[in-house]
Design a protein around this ligand. Sequence first.
Ligand SMILES: NC(=O)c1ccc[n+]([C@@H]2O[C@H](COP(=O)([O-])OP(=O)(O)OC[C@H]3O[C@@H](n4cnc5c(N)ncnc54)[C@H](O)[C@@H]3O)[C@@H](O)[C@H]2O)c1
Length: 345
Amino acid sequence: MVTYKVTVIGAGRAGNIHLQSLLQLSSMFEVVNVVDDNPSQAIQLLLSSLKGIRLRPVKETDAAIDEADVVCICVPTPLHEQVILRALKRDKHVFCEKPLVHTLEAVATVYDTAEQRGLNLLCAMLRRFDTPAAKVKQQIEAGELGTLLNINQVNRDCPYPPMSFLQRSPNIYYDCGTHDVDLALWLMGEKPHTVFCMGHAFDPSLKGLDDHDNGTVVMQFPSGAVSCIELSRFSNCGFDQRFMVHGDKKSAGSISQPVDVYVEMSHSGGLRGSVLRFDFAERFKEAFLEEWRHMYRCLSGDESVLVTKEEVISVTLTVDAINLSMHTASPVSIDHATQTFCKKT
Ligand SMILES: NC(=O)c1ccc[n+]([C@@H]2O[C@H](COP(=O)([O-])OP(=O)(O)OC[C@H]3O[C@@H](n4cnc5c(N)ncnc54)[C@H](O)[C@@H]3O)[C@@H](O)[C@H]2O)c1
């Protein structure tokens, strides 16, 4: 079995999760370098107990890339494009956190560069690698749900993200909503022609940031099907992630995965739900591993990259349109053929 060498660039929250996944998949991947001038304490602690992984400063990025077969990019999103291109131009396969890049031009540039060089570029759209989502996708493709009517999604984040992260994030729709938009488009097999978004910043410290911490996005698809995404930075019960696809024959989806097997328990005090997993790292632990197993199969030539350039373009365009709707409080129509969108009058 071939083992691929990996350099992880960016040692914060996402870097820590991917490092731990890669360490679990040690027959497939060997982490050789972690690059960051300010690695998180969790990563410093982890690396202090391991041999063979070098923690290197950012000025040694090129040398660290050269020692790897695959570069795992976990730096803040505004830096993705430059780091992706740096790795691709040194002929390395790339695994990059979402959102991949922030402009349509950049999406085209990074995918075209990967294609010209015959390299894999995986945008890590985590939700697709969660078992319930993959199973529902198979059922949809097998026609079991019939004609799709609605997809309802709940994404209530936990814990409230650190202000240092929010200050660098464009807004909740780009950061969190990208996951839900990608899942909706992938499951529906369609691109929305209209989006509408309403929300609010309840946390006063967000006021200067042009962001919401609570909102809803509605999307309509050419078939007539409608998607509704409830997005919030507040959750009173743990990391609350749900989706349900309703067809005219059957509905299928997933509630937030509980820690135990019970979802609801009745007792003398009434009905009580079971405890949810605390955060994205716990809830999607298996999906993070599956992303890397998929990357391995892509590197081995057994599978093609699940997330395509066209899909990333559609999601980027859709989230841009949602952003316009957020700012105008109006529905926004999208023309995917010309890659344009405009406020509906
Ligand atoms: N899939 C998911 O559910 C998920 C969850 C969290 C974050 N993310 C994504 O992961 C990316 C990183 O987010 P995060 O929460 O880990 O951020 P973070 O702030 O916790 O970590 C980013 C790290 O990158 C380092 N860094 C900055 N510039 C660098 C450079 N040039 N070279 C090397 N390291 C550099 C910082 O010092 C920091 O340690 C973002 O794109 C985010 O959207 C995805």
